[in-house]
Design a binder for this molecule. Structure first.
Ligand code: ZN
Length: 229
């Protein structure tokens, strides 16, 4: 893919993709096929496993011919592993499955545009084709931030198709972050309410203490009491 072709691809796939039927949706060098929607749906199911684990919902499937040979979902937090992105997990599982560190002729479907780390691993594995869903304006390495695959000195093996089920893949991520923001707002509000209730309890106690001075006993030696804590 030369740089001019890459630009065309970006413009075409940045537009909303149509219905998953019939002719290739895109007339550019990176057409979208009906099977792309089918395998992206499998990647979306893997993304839901990440969501269930409380991780950013990104899923991937590794396909050889018409067979899914591995799936992976994003779980860097639970795995204590910065490399546990969906693509890396699927690549590792597929390589174990075929007992080969290279996966020529395979396609990788992932719900979010791969990052630079995953792009590098995809190239090392000699993946033939990458199909991704939503674009990632923060870390996307297929044209959004950098275009690793457009560099012919780096990439001789992998073609890239973006924007397959882009709306749905993006909506899954948006709903996850919206839910996380809502949960964090609720946690802050609950903490605030607890603090206010505690303050109000303290006021009541202070009031009762001032009404009954006998209750305001202080430790015989406050310095020792504090040191024991
Ligand atoms: Zn990645």
């Amino acid at each position: 893919m030369n740089p001019t072709d890459s630009d065309e691809t970006d413009e075409t796939t940045a537009a909303s993709v149509g219905e998953p039927e019939g002719e290739p949706i895109s007339s550019s060098v990176a057409p979208i096929y009906e099977r792309d929607y089918r395998f992206m749906a499998r990647a979306q199911a893997a993304a839901e496993e990440a969501r269930a684990a409380g991780e950013v919902p990104v899923g991937a499937v590794l396909v050889r011919g018409d067979e899914v040979i591995a799936t992976g979902f994003n779980h860097p937090i639970g795995a204590h592993d910065p490399s546990a992105h969906a693509e890396m997990v699927a690549l590792r599982a597929a390589a174990q499955h075929v007992e080969n560190y290279r996966l020529p002729g395979c396609e990788l479907y992932v719900t979010l545009e791969p990052c630079l780390m995953c792009a590098g691993a995809i190239m090392h594995a000699r993946i033939a084709r990458v199909v991704f869903g939503a674009r990632d304006p923060k870390t996307g390495a297929c044209g959004s931030v950098v275009d690793a695959f457009a560099n012919p000195q780096l990439n001789h093996h992998t073609s890239v198709t973006g924007g397959v089920l882009e709306g749905e893949c993006g909506a899954a991520l948006k709903s996850f972050f919206a839910e996380r923001r809502r949960a964090s707002r609720e946690a802050r509000a609950a903490a605030r309410a607890d603090a206010e209730a505690a303050a109000s309890d303290a006021d009541v106690k202070d009031a009762s203490h001032s009404a009954s001075p006998a209750n305001t006993a202080t430790p015989a030696n406050p310095g020792i009491a504090a040191a024991d804590e």
